[in-house]
Design a protein around this ligand. Structure first.
Ligand code: AHM
Ligand code: MG
Length: 299
């Protein structure tokens, strides 16, 4: 079943349907425009100090372009831009996005993704996961996929000839797992409790599944049915690396809709208030028992 038909069949709010279809359209365009120069650096850094590659710039331009054309959008926030951009004063939604997550992996042709958070809010400051109308990611791997969570509904779609078709709507994450994805692994040298957690995973025969891209790493847990992904902080980077507004909240929403859990070490990522557009947060997400272990060990 086509994405548009599925959204209609589920009775998704019409305005929200339009935004999701715009995002789908943007991802189709992005895939059609990837070329040999995708990983060439453009000599600029974004606000977070990451070096931009051509594909970052292209992805940002494409998604900004498709979403600017949508009158129900109030504002856009992109990882690649310092400020929020007003689209329509009358719009209902603020769409925050990471146009290309994992861009340092492009040169190696690893899987990467795009992440979107559609908030029912005029502006991003002060929102929490409770304001999220939908969390979405696109995954560019052997297959191009789109996964969304709306309320407690989660569904995945595969792109074929420029259209997304329903693949699964029964994705679940079990409470226990034997897979681990330890982001920021060097932090074990500074954050000793993270070292204890990683030691636990290794000494209990957990299997490593870590690509360096949060979208494929979290997709792995959705498709295997369990797993844990962590990206903690350390002394000179207490809030880790990942951004709350457009990386952690939408990915936590998707995982929680599948029955998993999320935390920053103290509270669910979905209850944490956004205080600045590019705010970073520590993050652990996945099977309940492992998220609990992360909290208990005070990573
Ligand atoms: P990006 O938005 O600059 O691409 O960074 C996000 C990515 C995540 O996908 C991944 O989990 C993390 O950075 C890996 O970070 P590191 O390179 O520090 O291990
Ligand atoms: Mg990112």
């Amino acid at each position: 079943m086509l994405l548009a038909n599925y959204l209609r069949q589920c009775g998704v709010d019409l305005d929200l349907q339009s935004v999701i279809l715009r995002i789908a359209q943007g991802s189709v365009e992005l895939c059609s425009r990837v070329d040999n120069n995708a990983a060439v650096t453009v000599g600029e850094e974004n606000l977070s100090g990451d070096e931009q590659i051509k594909l970052d710039v292209l992805a940002d331009a494409i998604f900004t372009g498709v979403l600017q054309g949508e009158k129900v959008v109030y504002a856009l926030v992109s990882e690649e831009k310092d400020d929020q951009e007003l689209v329509n004063e009358e719009g209902r939604f603020t769409v925050a996005f990471d146009p290309l997550d994992g861009s340092s992996l492009v040169a190696a042709n690893f899987s990467v993704g795009s992440i979107f958070a559609i908030y029912e809010a005029k502006g991003a400051i002060g929102v929490t996961g409770a304001d999220l109308a939908a969390g979405i990611y696109c995954l560019y791997g052997p297959k191009t996929m789109l996964v969304f969570a709306i309320g407690d509904k989660i569904a995945s779609f595969t792109m074929h000839k420029g259209e997304y078709y329903l693949e699964k709507n029964d994705l679940r994450i079990a409470d226990t797992t034997k897979y681990f994805a330890p982001g920021n692994l060097k932090a074990v040298n500074y954050n000793l409790n993270y070292g204890k957690l990683v030691d636990y995973w290794i000494s209990h025969d957990y299997k490593l599944r870590y690509s360096g891209g949060m979208v494929p790493d979290i997709h792995h847990m959705l498709y295997k049915g369990d797993g844990v992904f962590a990206y903690p902080g350390m002394t000179d980077q207490p809030n880790g690396k990942l951004r709350l507004l457009y990386e952690c909240i939408p990915m936590a929403k998707i995982v929680e809709a599948a029955g998993g859990f999320s935390t920053d070490g103290e509270q669910s990522i979905l209850t944490k208030k956004v205080e600045s557009l590019h705010q970073r947060t520590t993050f652990c997400v996945g099977s309940k028992a492992e998220v609990d272990r992360y909290i208990e060990l005070q990573v």
